[in-house]
Structure formats: structure tokens, C-alpha cells
Ligand binder design. Sequence first.
Ligand SMILES: C[S@@+](CC[C@H](N)C(=O)[O-])C[C@H]1O[C@@H](n2cnc3c(N)ncnc32)[C@H](O)[C@@H]1O
Length: 232
Amino acid sequence: MLNIGPRLLCAALMVRKNRKTVDIGTDHAYLPAYLVMNGISERVLACDIGVKPLGNAAKTLRQFDLKDKISLRVSDGLKEVSPEEAEEITICGMGGTLMSDILRAAPWIRNEGVHLVLQPMTHSEDVREYLCENGFLITQERCVKDAGRVYCCIGAKYSGEKKDWPAGYFYFGTLSFSDELSAEFMKKQAHRVKTKLEALEKSDASNEKLPYLRDIYSYYEERCRCEGSGCL
Ligand SMILES: C[S@@+](CC[C@H](N)C(=O)[O-])C[C@H]1O[C@@H](n2cnc3c(N)ncnc32)[C@H](O)[C@@H]1O
């Protein structure tokens, strides 16, 4: 039996049905395996930068007899993927900074036919910042707990529309305090910002990053007040 765990399951359930799907950084190809075994995707192109992870993926394909439905390819990000192959792009289990670099290096994804499912392990703010500054709309965001840690999963679609988003939006996105896991995630993000802010205030009170960090923390405080979350 294939058990992909809550984090990957959360991502899998955001994938649109019957689209050409590409998974970047696939490692064991558990996500592609789940997608084809559950009728979400007919076929998946599973990519990884490393040959060893693709060896893990090949094992999964053999174990579940999926060689006809999942193709494996060595690719640094989306470099070896062509626009015709990708309607649904999943990138899970990497840091948000790397994830945003991968997206930035593939300008062809800025296309209305493309939908992204992104599950950053850290620095989700870098992912949201990339999305907002490149004309993507965050269409869905969910938090999930896996092995005691809360992760966010982001669904986004290209619209071409650019707005002046406050930096706070990059940190907290469309998450809401009304959902317990999202509130936990937001609290952690705010704590990261506050820790950085306090350390800089002590060590380098004229640092140019301070106003940016203060803005983000004020955005969080304002949202706490408006949504009556008692998170402060
Ligand atoms: C921690 S694993 C995540 C596996 C799976 N996606 C998950 O969420 O469980 C990260 C994978 O990303 C791959 N990776 C790292 N940088 C990459 C890049 N630039 N392009 C493609 N794959 C990359 C690594 O080789 C590794 O297999």
C-alpha cells in the first residue's frame, strides 16, 4: 500500500484532475504515484536534479507497476521541461528560496494554462513574494501537520495581474486565524519575524531591514486585532 503522509496528501488534493502534471524534486515519486493511482492525473512527468533520487523513484514505479504512467527525467528545476508538457506543476519538500529560484528560472510558466501546487518546507514568504511579483494569484492555501510540524501548501494560477502587496502578505498569505493549523503556522512566522527584529534592534539599530520587519510585524498585529484571534 502507498501511504504518502499528510504533507504530500495535502499537496495531492490541490492538483487539478486530468491535466499534464510535472513533479519537480520528486525523489521517491510518491506524489506522482498517488496522483496516478487515485485517478487525479493520467500520466506524470517526475523530475529530479539527482540521479540517486530518480533511482528511488524507479523503485516506487517497479513496486506499484507504474512505469507506463510515470516518466522519470533528470532536470534542474524546470530546465528540461517544455511548456507543452506542463499544465499542473507540483514542487514539494524544498526550501521556499530554492523553490522561488526554480520558478523564476522558467518564465514560460507565466501562462494562464499553468497551475502551481507548492509546498515549501521553510521561507514560504519567498514563494508568495515570487507569486505576487510575477502575476500569480494565490487561489488556495492550507496548513497541515505532519510528524508534529505544521506546513503550508499553496495553490496558484497565473493571471498577469500585479498589485502592490504589503510585505506582510508574503509572510501570511491568505491563511486565516479561524483555522487552528493556519493560526499555529502564522504564529510561528510572526515569531520568526519578531526574533529577527529584536536581535537587529539590539545589534544594529540603524539597519535598513528594520522598517521592513516592523511593517511585517505590524501587519500581523493588525490581522490579530481584526480577526480577534488572541494571537499576540
Ligand atoms: C526532500 S526531497 C522532497 C521529495 C518530495 N518532493 C517530498 O516532498 O517528499 C527534495 C528533492 O528535491 C530535489 N532537488 C533539489 N534541488 C532541485 C532542483 N534544482 N531541481 C530538481 N530537483 C531538486 C532533491 O534531489 C530531492 O530529491
